[in-house]
Design a protein around this ligand. Structure first.
Ligand code: PEP
Ligand code: MG
Length: 746
């Protein structure tokens, strides 16, 4: 084995850089590189395998194996020793490859002549690009030093691949970031959008992975780390008196920033010829690869802290990475790993679409995107790696699909879809001011859900007759600290002003479960959806609830006011909450504030238990709104956040519709006004069935009012009810097939 000391490594990197700098086309470069590596490491073979697609690796260049097999030999991830390196992102080092576990003989390469095998992953920031292999005839294990040297070279190859160094005529690779890519995710807000990529945190590009002067690079690294440490210390100082959780995170940051192991590894990388930024990235890549392997949540968190720190360090070293100052492209489509609701609100309506690599349907970002009616796809794997700023992109929020750099056919089909949607919008605009009356003369009250000031212009635009659900928690969620009472008074007043006398139902703070306030101590509950949430928090810790009630009463300035409490599971909770309102009114009266002309106090029916409350509850409550999202999850015991089960049970399931009918009957006895404000109210087929069951007020996203009303105007609820009833008597599980048949015949 040839010498793989630091100086040897450095020499090899310098030779590699020279090879890169030449005018050769991509393939010739790659060939030269394999030759140089084999020569420097004293092995007969050096080969580069790169991914063709997600599953397939291809031999792209080799020194020592049969050259005819280049671009012919392919293997699936996990297959053979090379496939194993790619699958697990781990080094395979064996003196006796033909007898090693997983070895696959490839006759076309003639590799059985080689005994020793050393394969290292070619990866960039956790993205597996391929595998770099050296082999030799002589049976021996490669030294730790040799492994390290090859890893450093693999890092350079990864950077070069990213920079497109192997692209060109007869090239080994199709250009990265140039092909069309289809990304499948999950729909979190419907709608179609076309535009250009705007990366929330653009990737840092390292253009100089190889450096001549290790001393200078070390100095650069030390300076950058010092700046990083000072920054972290400053953050710690500021947070000293603040939130404990945040403090813990920062302490962990500081620990990493001062970690000797981390520094030592980066110093070694530099000694072997990498530039300071390439060294940071090499360690970051390896940490990310580990992150995808570890199961332990705590460890994953720590690795993700390290990832964040590495990003900061890279930004300091390269001066890249912050979008500040750059201009949003035309029709921007935001791409991020994840984003908080506050950041999203800052972009506001300027965005055409949003694609998140992580995120979930119920996340706060999703709530904001929905409120702003911006198409949103979450869980879009690898999208931040694939996309570059400015790329042409099409987002299909209905299907949860993203087309990056789409080809002509996709563009054509997609634009047709957008045009069709625009046509439908025109149709909806034409019925905007028409009341929703079915063909058999039933009048349905169409109101909307809201939560942000940004929603309110939709009151006029959509033709909504009022706000059936104002989710007040959104205002709490998008802040970093508890809003003051005076701020809330001003806000609710603006909402009522903007409604111009149309009724608004304010729902009191609905927190807990997935909605966690950043400034409240998180509770560690085994099952938050069934835990301490909504009215339960309000009654146990009434301080915030009282403050909110006061703000609501004052904001009315003598106008009528409707308040409803979320998640009421039993009569007593409603009574206690109402008693709080009464106490607050008394206090306001004593303080001399004007009181609302009329005050209605309602309850949300979100647990099956409330449907069976004593009749007295129905007599006393001013109105009831069915929170279908929660009610359905508890009725079927199927978590609304869990992709595996959330679509498993149909809203048009006979049991669920019968249950809704039962609630309608109970409200009818006492004459209690009833509405439905879950997502199903905004789905046309579901909405007409709810109306057929007797619901007369539907509250939905503003964008759904047109489509729902358009269908309501065409149906006969009496007939629909009979169809549902027949399906029920036949013993159908869901009435959807029968209903769809009826609707198709309209
Ligand atoms: C519901 O549960 O249906 C509802 C309207 O409330 P949220 O979606 O905010 O829980
Ligand atoms: Mg709810």
């Amino acid at each position: 084995m040839a010498d793989t000391t630091e100086s040897e490594s450095r020499k090899l990197l310098v030779r590699l850089r020279e090879a890169m700098a030449g005018d050769d086309a991509g393939q010739a470069r790659l060939d030269k590189i394999t030759h140089l590596i084999a020569d420097s490491m004293g092995t007969e073979v050096c080969s580069v395998y790169l991914f063709r697609d997600d599953e397939t690796l291809e031999l792209c260049a080799t020194e020592g194996l049969n050259t005819e097999s280049v671009h012919q030999t392919r293997m699936r991830i996990g297959e053979g020793l090379v496939g194993r390196v790619a699958r697990y992102g781990k080094v395979v080092n064996t003196p006796d490859a033909p007898n090693a576990k997983g070895f696959r003989y490839m006759p076309e390469t003639g590799e059985e002549r080689f005994s020793s095998f050393l394969g290292v992953p070619v990866q960039r920031l956790g993205e597996m690009l391929g595998v770099l292999v050296v082999q030799s005839r002589e049976a021996r294990e490669f030294s730790a030093d040799a492994v390290y040297a090859l890893e450093v070279v693999a890092m350079v190859i990864a950077e070069m691949t990213e920079l497109g160094a192997f692209v060109g005529e007869g090239a080994a690779l199709s250009p990265l970031h140039q092909q069309a890519v289809l990304v499948h995710g999950v729909s979190a807000q419907e709608g179609a959008a076309e535009g250009h990529v705007w990366l929330h945190e653009p990737r840092v590009i390292v253009t100089n992975p190889i450096a001549d002067d290790p001393h200078k690079e070390l100095e650069r690294l030390n300076e950058a780390v010092e700046e990083l440490r000072v920054g972290v210390d400053k953050m710690l100082e500021v947070s000293r008196n603040g939130d404990k959780e945040q403090l813990q995170v920062l302490e962990a940051y500081r620990m990493f920033a001062n970690s000797k192991g981390w520094m030592r590894r980066m110093e070694e990388d530099i000694a072997r010829g990498l530039s300071a930024e390439a060294a940071v990235e090499k360690e970051q890549s390896q940490a990310r690869a580990r992150m995808s392997q570890v199961q332990d949540a705590y460890l994953r968190e720590r690795l993700s802290d390290l990832d964040d720190l590495s990003n900061r360090l890279l930004r300091i070293l390269t001066g890249q990475g912050a979008n500040t100052g750059a201009e949003l492209p035309e029709n921007p489509i935001l791409i991020a790993r994840n984003i908080g609701p506050g950041d999203l609100l800052e972009y506001g309506r300027s965005l055409r679409g949003i694609v998140l690599e992580e995120g979930s349907v119920g996340s706060h970002a999703a709530i904001v995107a929905r409120a702003l009616a911006i198409p949103l796809v979450v869980n879009a794997k690898r999208v931040t790696t694939e996309a570059l700023n400015g790329d042409h992109i099409m987002v299909d929020g209905d299907q949860g699909v993203v087309h990056l750099r789409p080809d002509e056919t996709v563009v054509g089909a997609f634009r047709d879809k957008i045009a069709m949607q625009a046509k439908a919008q025109e149709r909806y605009a034409s019925i905007r001011d028409k009341p929703a009356v079915t063909t058999d003369g039933q009048r349905i009250n169409m109101v909307m859900n809201a939560g942000l000031m940004a929603d309110l212009p939709s009151l006029d635009g959509s033709g909504a007759e009022g706000v059936g659900l104002f989710r007040t928690e959104l205002q709490f969620l998008v802040r970093n600290q508890m809003p003051k009472r005076s701020e809330l008074v001003a806000l609710y007043k603006r909402v009522l002003d903007a409604a111009h006398g149309k009724p608004v139902v304010f729902r009191t703070l609905d927190i807990g479960s997935d909605k966690v306030l950043p400034y409240m101590k998180p509770t560690d509950e085994p099952n938050p959806a069934l835990g301490w949430r909504a009215i339960r928090v309000g009654l146990d810790k009434p301080g915030v609830m009282r403050m909110q009630l006061q703000a609501l009463l004052r904001s009315a300035e003598g106008r009528p006011l409707s308040i409803m409490f979320p998640f009421v599971a039993q009569f007593e909770e409603y009574r206690s909450a109402r008693a709080e309102v009464e106490k607050t009114i008394e206090r306001e009266r004593i303080l001399g504030h004007v009181l609302p002309a009329d005050l209605k106090i309602g309850a949300m029916l979100e647990t099956p238990s409330l449907a069976y409350a004593p009749q007295k509850f129905f007599d006393e409550v001013a109105f009831i709104s069915i929170g279908g999202n929660d009610l359905k999850q508890f009725f079927f015991a199927a978590d609304r956040e869990n992709e595996r089960v959330r679509r498993r049970y149909d809203t048009l399931n006979v049991s669920f519709l019968s249950f809704i009918e039962r609630i309608v009957e109970r409200c009818a006895i006492s004459g209690t006004p009833l509405s439905f404000c879950g997502e199903d109210a905004g789905r046309p087929v579901e909405a007409v069935c709810l109306a057929a069951m007797g619901i007369r007020t539907l509250s939905m996203r503003p964008a759904s009012i047109g489509p729902v009303k358009s269908l309501l105007l065409r149906v006969d609820l009496g007939e629909l009810r009979k169809i549902i009833s027949d399906a029920r008597h036949r013993g159908d599980q869901a009435v959807r097939p029968a209903v769809m048949e009826y609707l198709r015949g309209l």
